[in-house]
Design a protein around this ligand. Sequence first.
Ligand code: C6P
Length: 401
Amino acid sequence: MDINKIRNDFPVFRNEPGLAYLDSAAMALKPDCVIKAVDDYYNKLGVNVHRGVYRLSYEATDKYEEARTIISKFLNCDFEEVVFTRGASASLNLVASSYGLAFLKPGDEVITSELEHHSSHMPWFNVCEKTGAKLKYVELDKENRITVENFKKVLTKNTKVVALTYVSNVMGYITPIKEIIKLAHEVGAIVTVDGAQAVPHMKVDVKDLDCDFLSFSGHKLCGPTGIGVLYGKKHLLEKMPPIEFGGDMADTVLLDSQTYKAPPYKFETGTPIIAGAIGLAQACKYLESIGFENIINQEKKLRLKAIEELKKIDGVIIYNESCETGVISFNLEGIHPHDAASVFDNNDVCIRAGHHCAQLITKKLGTIGTIRASFYFYNREEDIDKFIKAVKEAKDFFGQF
Ligand code: C6P
């Protein structure tokens, strides 16, 4: 893989060749082809879909629905199973607010974990409070991973929903989700997978996983902001009530009754995120052209090298040494992660510091937050040199107080 050629696809790197962008877990940068797809829609079409009875509107509708086809192939599912949303948070909330509120009752159980992002766990906390269902947590192992063994301990015949992350945004661990889905289905539970940190990095085939729902955001896979996907099995989407009502999702509206369109449109109220969907489809094609094997290999290679260098520095606490994706969560002994972050910024190194919207796991780690560096396929060895230099500077500077 020619990294310099790949970096040339990204305007941010052309503008700032020296930038060490190590915050792709928060948001991935955008390549020219995605920006062009969005730009083309605004420049050449720029009109609404599903409504206009004129050529430009038909063309916009075709582009929007073609994006759904591309994404359904990307995930290996049917066209109707792709619901466009504002992002992973909106998708995860949709499942809880629709499926959860409609079908859970007192005595039912929902399994989640302390590794979850707030957007995966909090909607189910809310649903359990409202329905009287019980929220249970898989005990994490010594490394703070979700294991099949520990999952079995909380799974019962009362389990109705399993809401777990596929890849943790703080630890970067991959959950053994396929085995968990199989076990959950044996007791009749459905599984909603938070794929926000998985879909950008590995081939996710929803048929192979057999998950019931999968949520992700476009912006973490080189797509535009404000667009996300909820994959849902057709028979489940069909029986779920809509949670937003109004334009485009309505079928027949009378004074004393109303009916809704079939999925996915039942869940896409109002003017949809047309440019976002078109840009996201282009991003999926772009990642496929890079190849998921190449993507994960580059991330792992860089991460290993960075860990090797970090371990040579005294006072570095690494929380996820065995992680199998591109994330390093660490701290510098006695230094607040936000203080350290300012030194990274001064060195043109973009990292994230804090609880990463996952307070359950940062609390479990015994810290208020971590410094997180996350690698993607466009990072290179020079980024590690800059990163390590910043770590040493932060340590030297704040270590004196
Ligand atoms: N994590 C991070 O820096 P949204 O914000 O809706 O696009 O994605 C929410 C979300 C859900 N699940 C996981 C596992 C995530 O990592 C995220 C977003 C970013 O880690 C922003 S907090």
